[in-house]
Design a binder for this molecule. Structure first.
Ligand SMILES: NC(=O)c1ccc[n+]([C@@H]2O[C@H](COP(=O)([O-])OP(=O)(O)OC[C@H]3O[C@@H](n4cnc5c(N)ncnc54)[C@H](O)[C@@H]3O)[C@@H](O)[C@H]2O)c1
Length: 248
């Protein structure tokens, strides 16, 4: 039985994750961490990392970057593998996470869906074939999302960029300029509204035709199940940084 600590256990994803773990064999939640404790969880919830007095086999983190770094310190001191699903990290923070992976196994993905990671692979192949096309990404999320563009939009852009020798740059602020689109740019637009769980459209605009790939998630259970798979995977791993490519 794998014992899990959920960081951000009272958030939208934390709640869905706890429910999905309850439905899954050989894994259980033994405690959670959140700055809010409504006393409605079936496991102990710590509002401060320094008061945790149970050692889990693995940590799953769906929170905010600041909270990720608090729990990462705890994970490092106690040598606990961690699945980081939180998004919105700066490049500097991502480098720190990579540095930490020398001491503990870390699985990080901005999107825990198998299909979105498959989409990333397909996009990298398309980008190599449609080299004259203009690439635009449109991401749509619920009205509570804090970061933009979404971590997934960046994940998809990075996959395309890598296949094009990292020659592209990302444009997220087109409205701040009055100039033509650059051929070497990937435009990323963010839309926020309602309860939309997560939609990502990538469009390759060519001459008089365009090719579009869309991924739509209707339930947070998709991400929760991906995080559970990642937890089973990472619990037996050596120190290092892992991602969905390792399990897809
Ligand atoms: N990787 C993926 O597949 C995936 C999927 C969905 C969401 N996400 C990301 O997961 C994160 C959480 O998403 P959500 O929709 O559950 O957000 P949410 O706002 O509903 O939940 C975040 C939780 O973190 C808690 N929190 C905030 N600051 C804290 C602190 N300092 N210490 C402890 N807890 C703290 C909040 O109280 C809240 O309960 C976001 O970054 C989101 O983008 C990732």
């Amino acid at each position: 039985m794998i014992k899990v600590l959920i960081n951000g256990c009272n958030g939208r994803m934390g709640k869905v994750l706890a429910a999905q773990i309850q439905e899954t064999d050989n894994i259980e939640v033994i405690c959670g961490v959140d700055k809010i404790n409504n006393n409605d969880c079936s496991f102990p919830v710590y509002t401060n990392v320094s008061s945790i007095n149970i050692i889990p086999d693995v940590i799953i983190d769906f929170s905010i970057p600041e909270a990720t770094f608090n729990i990462l310190e705890f994970a490092k001191s106690n040598h606990i593998p961690i699945v980081i699903a939180t998004t919105g990290f700066s490049n500097e923070q991502l480098n720190t996470i990579e540095e930490c992976s020398k001491f503990i196994p870390i699985f990080r993905s901005a999107n825990m869906s198998y299909e979105i990671n498959l989409m990333a692979k397909i996009l990298s192949e398309l980008a190599q074939k449609l080299t004259d096309n203009d690439i635009e990404i449109i991401e749509t999320h619920h009205n509570k999302k804090i970061d933009s563009p979404s971590g997934t939009a960046i994940l998809l852009a990075d996959s395309i960029n890598k296949s094009l020798n990292n020659e592209m740059h990302y444009e997220t602020m087109r409205s701040s300029k009055r100039e033509k689109r650059d051929k070497k740019e990937i435009g990323i637009s963010s839309v926020r509204g309602g309860t939309e769980v997560g939609k990502h459209q990538v469009i390759f605009f060519g001459n008089n035709e365009s090719l579009e790939i869309t991924h739509n998630v209707n339930s947070r259970a998709v991400f929760a199940n991906g995080a559970i798979k990642a937890a089973f995977y990472i619990v037996q791993k050596e120190n290092g940084l892992y991602n969905m490519n390792d399990i897809c």
